[in-house]
Ligand binder design. Sequence first.
Ligand code: FE2
Ligand code: FE2
Length: 137
Amino acid sequence: MTRTLGWLQRALRHEFAAARQFALQASIARRLGDPKLAAQCDEGAREELRHAGLLADAILAAGAMPADGALAVLPTGRTRDELLDEACRTESAAVLLYRDALRATPSRSASRDLFEFLQREEAEHLALLQRMRRIAA
Ligand SMILES: [Fe+2]
Ligand SMILES: [Fe+2]
């Protein structure tokens, strides 16, 4: 469990860092006059906060405290393409993080179900952003 707990805490830090990044990107997108991208970034920030909540619930259920610790400061970018590139990088990192977490987590555990669920959602986020990246503003 301790090993799994470490992955839960690490994932929690990632989700908060991503939520912060996407919230800032929403403001930058509004400033760029791109309300569609801003709405997508806002939605992304909400999604990552929801993920953080699920991870915090799991950590508390395991009898530990969600210790989010120092968050990585993920770059935002300044242009539409840069915003999307940075967001794609974050979602790719999340997919890999959950892949590694799953490798370290015993089968048939609640944490495994959660990591699988989150990995699926991050893969969907990534696919959506990649589509937006291909489409001109
Ligand atoms: Fe997430
Ligand atoms: Fe995501």
